[in-house]
Every structure is written in structure tokens, then in C-alpha cells.
Ligand binder design. Sequence first.
Ligand SMILES: [Zn+2]
Ligand SMILES: [Zn+2]
Length: 726
Amino acid sequence: MPPPPIPGHCLTQVLVQTPAHSQMAGALSYWSPTPVQPGTLVRVPLGQRELLGVVWPSESPAAPEVALDPAKLRPITAALDALPPLNHHWRALINFAASYYQRTAGEVALAALPPQLRDMSSVQLARRLKKRAKAAATPARPSTRPTHDATSTPTPDAGPAAASVVLTAEQQQAIDQFHQQPGPFLLFGATGSGKTEVFMHCTAALLAASPEAQALVMVPEINLTPQLEARFKARFCARYGDDAVVSLHSGMTPAQRLNSWLAAHSGAARVVLGTRMAVFASMPHLQLIVVDEEHDPSYKSGEGARYSARDLAIYRARLEGAKVMLGSATPSLESWHHSRPAAEGGRYLRLEMPSRVGRGQLPLVRRVDMNHQPKSCIIAAPLLAAIAQRIARGEQSMVFLNRRGYAPVLQCSDCDWKSECPHCSAYRVFHKIDRTLRCHHCGLSERVPRACPACGNSDIMPLGRGTERLEEHLAELLADVRRPDGQPARIVRIDADTTRLKGTLESQLAQVHTGEVDVLVGTQMIAKGHDFRRITLVAAVNPDNALFSSDFRAPERLFSLLMQAAGRAGRDETVANQSEMWLQTFQPAHPLYEALKQHDYPAFAASQLKERQQAAMPPFSFQALVRAEARSQEAAQGFLNLASQAAASESDMAALLAQLTLYPAVPMSMARIANVERAQMLVESPSRTALQRFLSAWQAVLHHTRADPRCKGVIRWAIDVDPLNI
Ligand SMILES: [Zn+2]
Ligand SMILES: [Zn+2]
């Protein structure tokens, strides 16, 4: 180690948020007047700026080459040592995520911290912590009562709310298994089978057994956190104090996020509820991780380090010796495969809860064969009649269509002009409400032209339909139908357009709950999670697209969406037995719809897994995508193909290449967004280790290739490990 310029100073490695693809991949070196513990937050100078950093032990994989001139190293500005350091488990999680997802540890670590910390001085932070400590000390926080012995009492009383809950035999059995086995667990429970109650019981038992224990409960969407937060708070805050349950998601203000994060980091929060970002929450006494709706694609990050919070949850639980429970009515095929019997190589324990709690049967699935309907039919007559019948009975219906706006395209009847976006390989969508053409990819929005821009013809027509047009159409069709009170039917649309303003989603949902709405129209947004008790009919207007998608995961996503949507129907016991799900399809005999009709996820999963195995696709192989963006499609593809050739000529990669397939570069399915051309290259291997080793070796080649004069038009590139969209 080089001698310090000032006697007594020590060399300190610090992670900062380095720009992606800068060559500063590892920790940076600074001098510190006193030794600083690993995991301590510090402020350090970098160039002209001062940044937040984390002291990182030099033996970690992110350690720098110490070929530095000690005289050029600068001292750290301040250590934020009022805050306890981030522990070695947290640091190991960051190191793993960075290396697995091919990013720098600095990027992952700093992105995992609340943004407000970045701008705080050590004085400000110390003041903030003092204020927190004072607030915690003054109000009457319930003291920790002597706890029940959780092993002898698997379902301890955890406050007044728990006393009224009677568990079903299936719930009790799942909870017993949870206590007896190490896991990981996959809770395979039908919609309405009471999975949340199981999560709460398992959480209660662990918290009661240890006065410090913490649990992390993840849900896929911000919209679902308020409902869940209310339930957990009702159950746990009476016993453990108001600070005991906190949320962490991107919909919170920076101040709220920092507060929750500090509560988790200090151990004051016993339960942290959050979206995928919460998987990185600092929780020094973590003993349980729950991943609800584990199949949901939003657990996978779409930018920066493209991590899967579900997969990191499994890793983190093993790292910390915590238990982990994934839950879903339609598990991802990966998790389903992992939970096959241990004798066949399964690693997760599957806990099954097939029955709905006190809510009768799952809805009857009806298929409308659209081949036998008039050509321009949007809502088939029998479906319309069924909706009208429900309105007359005072029941609710939910109709969904996966396309927002009025019509996906505007077309000239004379010259075949279509409303293409000039900057993207997509059409601009016609929104009738403000008469605009909007691109859903780059955001370009223009007034609808009075006449065809190409030929001047004034007859330009909407083609196809989105939710806005569906809503209008339904209003016309149902104009004469009356509610039991003699009033006309009320139709409400919920999609990204109607919920743009903060609070509108909540107020629209409230309208549905109070029964003011008879028909709810929307995108898949309404099919997820919300507990609509009085809906007895759910209809998918045009679900067929996914059956013929080039993405091999499309059927899996469709099945899960339809199962979830079906689960929205008949959650109220009194109406459950009349509830129905309607599918309008040109493929009524498709095996996916057959399995759906039987509510038979295992049969669907078995057929999908068989296909995947035959085609050597995940979970039977491992994939990564390298995506490149450039000024031209040639440049984007050229860069990827050059990097692929360069890998083939490197001798140390030859052995690895024998174990994997590099496909030629192709344009992405959305080849152009906002005038940027996009291409991708798929890398596939039967061995996860071989793929990982190849990717980390290939990084340097990609950097090098990017600097090649032939790749001048390349804007950026990124690796996506275990991609969800291909
Ligand atoms: Zn025209
Ligand atoms: Zn566009």
C-alpha cells in the first residue's frame, strides 16, 4: 500500500454512482483522517462535484487496481457516521446484483439508496436522525410485551384484528408447512384463497418470536400498496407501534421515502411493504421476504441494472438465512418448475391452496366464437345481453381491452395514408376526447388533421378500437338499459389516460366500490389486484393477439392476466355463483382457453413447460440480450455483430463460446423510438455459469468495439440478463 501524504491517514475505497459504461467500474480511492467502517456513507469529491458514496471493503470484487499515485488521491469530505453502516449482507447483495446483471457496484448501490440522501450533508443527516429519535421517544409507543413462543403456537395472537380471523384448513396447513420447512416456498393459491392472510400469519409468528425480526413484503404495483398497508397496519401497529409498518415505492415523496428507509435501516420498522425497489432496503434483522404475485413482470426492472426483484429476493433470503415465500395464482413458469417435487430436482416447496375462502366457485368461463359473429361486431349480442341483464339486477360488469385511446390508427379512405409516427416504427393513436393523434412511445401529440396530409381527402377514418371507443360504443348499445332504480346505466373508463392526474384512480375505484358504476371499461390495469366485490361479469373483448406473438412468454402472460381478471368476478359470496367470465375469440378451441375454462393452471403450465423443454427455452436454458441504440439500424446491428465476431476471435472466450449460442443481431420489435434505431442480440446457454462467465468477459470486448470508428453512430448499449421481453 502506498504511504499516505499526511501521516496517519488511511486509504479508503468508496463506491460512487459512476456513469454507466465509464471505465471507473470499481471503487475509487480516497484518504481518510480516521479509519472508516465499511458500509459507512461518505461525501467525496469527484472532479468538480461532491458526491454521496459508500465505503466498500477493498477485498470485495469491486476493489480497484491500486496503481494510483498517492499524491493525487483526495481526502473524503465527510463521513455520515451518525448513520450506522450498511451491513455486510447488504453489501454482498449489491455485489451479487452488480455482477449478475453486469453493472457496476457503484451504480447498483447508489440507486438502492433513497435519493434524498444524495443531497444531504452530514450535519443535515445528523439533525434528521435526532428528530426521528426524539419523535420515537415522546409518543406512547407500545412497549414490546413478552412474546409468545412461535414454535409451539404457530398462529400467535398479533393484535385485535387477528382474533376475528378464522383460518381455513388449507391456510392452516400452508402456515404449518412454513414453520416446519426451510423453504423457499411457492404459495400456489387461487384468487380469493386468502394468501394475504397466510403472509400476515407467517409475519406475525416471526415478529413475535424475535423482538428484532423484520419482514419484507413485496407487491408488484404501487396501486396495490395502500390496500395492503391498511391491512398490515391494522394488524401490527397496535402491537408494535406506528413506525412498525412502512412502505417503500416510487410513488412516495423523497422525504417519505427517506423516512421509511431510515425506519427500515434502524430496525424500527418491523414490516416493510414495497414494490421491486424494496428488495434493496437495508434491513439489519431481516427474517422473512414475501413476494406476492411473483409472476408479475413489473418485478423486473426495465432500466439501469435490469434486475429481477423476485430472483434477488431468493438470493437475499439465502444470504441472510431468512425465509422466503413467493405467492401467486398463476406462478411464473420458472417458479413453477423450481417447485416440482424434490425427487425430480425441485428446489422450492409448493404450498397449495386451491379453494376460495367462503366465496363459492370460480366464475364460469364462456367463449364467444367470433367467427360466427357479424364481421364488424365489437361486442357480441349474447355478451351484450348478459351485461344488460346485470345492470338490470344491480350488479357490475368489467370489460377490458388491451389498448387505450379511441382508435389505434387513423386512415385515409382514398390513398391509404395512415397516422404513422414520424419518429417511431408505430402508429399514432387517435384520442377522440381532445382530437389528438398521440404516439404512445415518444409522446408526440398533434391535432387531428382536417384532411388527409397526403392527398387532401377529408374522409379520414378511425381503424380498430381502443378503450375510449369501446366506452363510447357500449354507451350507445346500453342506452336503453335501466338500473333497478330506473336510472340509465353508468359506464366508467379506467386506463392510463383517465388516471393521469394524481388521485383520479382512487376516486374512480371508489365509484366502483360504492356501486355508482355499472360497467367498468379499461385496460389490463383494472384486471389486477383490485377487490371489486360486486362484479359478476368480466369480459375480455379481444384477447387473441398474445396467442400468436413472437414473444414466447406471451401466452403465459395472457393466461395469468385472464385468470386474474376472472378472479375479480364474484368475490362477494352472495353473487359468486352467478359470476361469469366472457372471452371473445376467433380461436375458441385453443388449449390456453380450454385450460382457462377449467381454471387449470397446472395443465396449462405442464403444456407450456413441455414446449419450452422441446425448444430449449427458459427455464431449460438461460438467456441474455444485448441491446444497442444507434442513429441507424445498420450501426446498431453492425456494432453487435462486430462485438460478436470479436468474441469469437478471443482465445480465452473460445471454450465458453462452445457452451453458448450467439444469434445474429436483429431489429427490436419496436425498431425505432423517437428517431433512435434499436437492435438486439440474443445470447443463450444451457449453463447459467457459462453465460455469466461469457458476459463478464464480453463486457470489455463490447466497450472496445464501441470505440471502433465503424461504430460511430452507436448511442448506447446495455445487457439484459434473464430478459422478460424478447
Ligand atoms: Zn389520403
Ligand atoms: Zn413516436
